[in-house]
Design a protein. Structure first.
Length: 377
């Protein structure tokens, strides 16, 4: 492994908020064979004070951050996906500086799928290429600072199951997925082969919404100021994904799944009991559903990130999901945590009253380390 200073001088891997559709943002565009110039001063940002609980150092893990590899653009030239490759930024000195500033020891990075429309041949070749490049990225990064979710072609569920297993053998962590496949719900029986393999492998699955405005049917209504497609559309898509996973019985059939949903789990975690009361108010709505428990009980089988911005929001999220099912998230490279009105993820936790020391350790990184299978120190 290269040491940190060597890495800061030489790394040229690209990353992006590719857990979003192409063109959603642009931090550094135009991947080239020559890496961009990197800052020479790796102390430009102040570092976070050591993260301690009861006087002991705690390992912190960011479960929600993004990367996109520049080599993929050339790989996809001349294919139907050529115009779908997301914009590029890089894993460079700045990323490490921001991690240190926020008190983040490890980022678990993901690439959101933009290839669900690809045919089997292209999807197979792309996933093999993508996962190999992710492994190379981890091998060149400072030891222990990054983990990466594997990529899978979920439009072919049996293939995706094998790709996930192969990715884990290569050292990647489970898989990052979208909340639908070309508008098709992942709760359909055809996807059970993928969920069964994920449960068998105890594979971490990170679900991030994609093309949410179109997928939820609200594209015409979220135009205008404020970025409503992101602030309403993304949590809405996550909520729809979770709702189907509950009511269509996926979480009943596969209770051992390890699924983490982005953005605090969307809206259901904020308003969970409406699911229970819906079945009581109109039993016909739930007639034929294979669930055997209250819908809110299945919600607690899921994991979520902590991106809810306020101590009261985090307190409520932990009360609904359980503190051991909430993990830190930043949505890097988006600047949510750099907003002066918002606390960074670590400070957000410490500003939230009511957590025990054990619960703080779990949210900061204890659950994530166990979930990902990485050392706790």
């Amino acid at each position: 492994m290269r040491n940190r200073r060597e890495f800061l001088k030489t790394i040229a891997y690209a990353s992006a908020g590719s857990c979003l559709p192409a063109g959603s943002f642009l931090l550094r565009s135009g991947a080239t064979s020559k890496p961009p110039a990197l800052p020479q001063n790796d102390s430009a940002l102040p570092k976070h004070k050591p993260v301690l609980v009861a006087g002991k150092k705690v390992k912190t893990v960011d479960m929600h951050c993004h990367v996109n590899l520049p080599e993929v653009a050339n790989f996809l030239k001349g294919t139907p996906l050529e115009k779908s490759v997301p914009a590029i930024t890089v894993i460079d000195a700045r990323r490490l500086q921001i991690m240190d500033k926020e008190g983040i020891d490890v980022q678990a990075v993901c690439v959101n799928p933009f290839w669900y429309s690809a045919d089997r041949d292209l999807a197979t070749r792309l996933i093999d290429f993508h996962n190999q490049k992710l492994v190379e990225m981890l091998q060149s990064a400072p030891s222990g600072r990054f983990a990466a979710f594997g990529t899978v072609a979920l439009q072919f569920p049996e293939l995706a199951a094998k790709q996930m297993e192969d990715a884990m053998k290569m050292g990647l962590k489970g898989a990052a997925i979208g909340g639908h496949v070309e508008g098709e719900e992942l709760s359909l029986p055809k996807y059970d082969v993928f969920w069964a393999k994920a449960e068998e492998l105890q594979a971490p699955i990170f679900m991030h919404p994609q093309e949410s405005a179109q997928a939820t049917g609200i594209a015409k209504r979220v135009k205008g100021y404020g970025g409503l497609d992101a602030i309403i559309g993304n949590p809405l898509e996550t909520s729809i994904f979770i709702g189907h996973m509950i009511f269509e019985g996926v979480l009943e059939r596969f209770p051992g799944l390890k699924i983490c949903c982005a953005h605090g789990g969307g809206y259901l975690a904020a308003y969970p009991d409406r699911m229970d009361h819906s079945c009581f108010d109109s039993p016909a709505r739930c007639e034929g559903s294979p669930i055997k428990k209250q819908p809110t009980e299945y919600l607690k089988q899921l994991y979520v990130d902590s991106i809810v911005f306020t101590p009261e929001g985090l307190r409520h999220l932990a009360a609904v999901m359980g503190p051991t099912h909430v993990m830190l998230g930043t949505d890097y490279p988006f600047k949510w945590v750099e907003d002066p009105k918002a606390l960074g993820p670590v400070d957000h936790l410490f500003a939230t009253p009511g957590f025990t020391d054990a619960q703080k350790v779990a949210i900061l990184g204890g659950t994530a380390c166990k979930w990902l299978g990485i050392p706790t120190s």
